[in-house]
Design a protein around this ligand. Structure first.
Ligand code: SF4
Length: 424
């Protein structure tokens, strides 16, 4: 989401007559987009801002994103060389803020969360020539006890279905073949126009835009995950057979403390829909270990859930205390070393599952979108519909295959990727 916000901010700046340069050295104005999801990421921001000051005297600096929203005007105290602070809910104000900056104003802010608008730009400077991100909903109306997002990105705002379909068609005309729909809770999408489409209807229709060969979406919330989404994937082969459904914990007790709004059983009900799908769906998730009060039995419940679902991969994190979150006040914080130990246990457990799951792909033929070439290994890098990395050889060809769709026979499997040979 942050990466795509940066693409849209660059598009806005280019639309205002600025040009993008390759390095900070060449820039007069430096925009720094930030993340505050974990404490470590936030610490890095202030360290980097000090570094900017030392290395880039005389330039104008702007701080964007969640740290900008969270710290607000305090950023001017901690880093007086910064001139603009703007959170993501105010990005649609950027053209006006730039005017103030150009008029010589040394302290410009865009920090309001009181917005019903999404950040739409006529032009986004996309980095990848084949896969495009497309935001359909911004903000979050949930209140998970550990999360800063509702505070830093504001309430949910959905774009109209007509504007999403129009942008998808424009992307197809520009040569993109894969679209990734984005939102903090992408499946909470609700079309604000009279058409009133839900997420499954929008997904299906983006997958029917001529020229688009793959559609993905991230990130879904289990509470709002409906069976219609799986029905759409079954109906429409353009929709990738991969679902990322963050569970966070396998213990209903911890899920309640996290204010996640579902039980383990309700989550598993959604997994059962995926397992019953006609095309095998790859399932991935996010796990937080060491949430305040998590017992060893709770951790065992999470390990058991990993086995029961058989995830294709997971993103796992240690719980990180964040300002302005309900979990900050909870007793029974888990010591850092114990969180580190639990994280290692979860990752080791999952590694064995991935080895087993990936081994099942050996001797199958998978369609890959070619993402690039690895000079060190002499292999092409491909991505399957199930979002697996498939590195492959294609002898007797020195043409650039990037952006093409090729069939690849899988010959080997590791915990994190597959390897094979192109068959066409
Ligand atoms: S659903 Fe929960 S974890 Fe996801 S962005 Fe909203 S508050 Fe954060």
């Amino acid at each position: 989401m942050n990466a795509h916000d940066s693409e849209k901010v660059i598009g806005t700046l280019v639309g205002q007559g600025y040009s993008q340069v390759a390095t900070p050295e060449e820039a007069e104005l430096v925009f720094y987009n930030t993340c505050s999801i974990r404490d470590k990421a936030e610490q890095k921001v202030f360290h980097r801002l000090q570094q900017f000051k030392k290395d880039h005297q005389g330039k104008t600096f702007a701080v964007l994103g969640c740290v900008a929203q969270q710290e607000g005007e305090k950023i001017f105290e901690k880093a007086p060389h910064v001139s603009l602070v703007c959170g993501s809910a105010s990005y649609n104000q950027l053209p006006q803020l730039l005017v103030q900056l150009e008029a010589g104003n040394r302290r410009v802010t865009g920090l309001s969360l009181d917005t019903e608008e999404t950040f739409e730009t006529p032009f986004a400077r996309r980095d990848n020539p084949h896969r495009a991100y497309l935001t359909i909903i911004e903000g979050c109306d949930k209140s998970c006890a550990y999360c800063v997002v509702p505070f830093t990105r504001g309430p949910e705002r959905s774009r109209t279905s007509a504007s999403v379909i129009a942008e998808s068609a424009e992307l197809s005309r520009a040569g993109y073949t894969e679209i990734q729909l984005l939102g903090q809770n992408v499946n909470s999408y609700r079309d604000p126009s009279p058409a009133g489409w839900d997420f499954a209807t929008l997904l299906d229709n983006v997958g029917r835009v001529p020229g688009i060969r793959r559609v993905r979406f991230t990130t879904s919330h289990p509470r709002d995950f409906r069976k219609e989404i799986i029905d759409a994937i079954d109906r429409n082969p353009v929709l990738c057979n991969h679902v990322h459904l963050p569970v966070q914990s396998g213990s209903t007790r911890v899920l309640k403390a996290m204010q996640r709004l579902y039980t383990r059983e309700e989550y598993m009900h959604r997994i059962a829909w995926m397992k019953a799908a006609e095309r095998p769906i790859a399932i991935t998730t996010d796990i937080i270990v060491g949430f305040p009060g998590e017992t060893l039995d709770d951790l065992d419940a999470t390990l058991g859930l990993l086995d029961e679902v058989g995830y294709d991969s997971i993103f796992s994190f240690k719980y990180s205390r964040r300002p302005n979150t309900p979990a900050l006040a909870l007793d029974d914080q888990i010591p850092e070393e114990e969180k580190t130990r639990r994280l290692a246990v979860v990752q080791e457990h999952q590694r064995a599952i991935q080895i087993q799951r990936n081994a099942a792909y050996v001797d199958t033929v998978e369609e890959c979108l070619v993402e690039g070439f690895n000079k060190a290994t002499g292999q092409w890098i491909g991505r399957t519909s199930q979002h697996k990395t498939l590195n492959f050889l294609r002898p007797a060809s020195d043409a650039d295959l990037t952006g093409q769709y090729l069939d690849v026979r899988v010959t080997r499997a590791g915990p994190n990727s597959l390897a094979g040979e192109a068959v066409n």
